[in-house]
Ligand binder design. Sequence first.
Ligand SMILES: [Zn+2]
Ligand SMILES: [Zn+2]
Length: 209
Amino acid sequence: MDGVFLTHAHIGHYTGLMHFGREAVGAKDIPVYAMPIMAAYLSNNGPWDQLLRLQNIQLMPLADGVPVELNGGLTVTPIQVPHRQEYSETVGFRIDGPNKSAVFIPDIDKWGDWSTDIRDVIREVDYALLDATFFADGELPGRDMSAIKHPFVAESMALFDELSDAERARVIFIHMNHTNPLLIDGSPAQSEVEKRGFRFAKEGLRLPL
Ligand SMILES: [Zn+2]
Ligand SMILES: [Zn+2]
């Protein structure tokens, strides 16, 4: 692996770093790009600090809105978003390739909590990979879903309705919780998303940039 860009410190987004460590791959100097609070969190807490001490990984600082140039004409720009600031800040990424561009926002509280209008972001990119943790309210029985805010797919589709057909086709829903019916092949949720002109990610999806 040539490098890793971290969005934030929720378990699905950084704990895979453990596999770079002594007990597993024993990697050497893998560049790991992280925002300031995320980087401090890894530096000051075990077992992550050991990855740094043994130089399995090398932290590369990110700053909100500042592009990072990579090989192959790729540029990655972190975009800070509101999302339960628990152990770190949260970013999405804008990724610009030689031919196409993408935005990757796996976690955000609600679109309306963000000072940027997500519809303007969708208008500027070729692919918009967006938070689809939950399909609709009530999906988690016995849990207060307002304490774990995400834009429901149902809300996102309503908000994006005003986009043109071509713009809606850029939206690829990602980051589904195991309760999200978008994960079930042939489900009414999958057909509704497709009927309304959006897409959803499947394992192995590749997007040329
Ligand atoms: Zn999260
Ligand atoms: Zn997440």
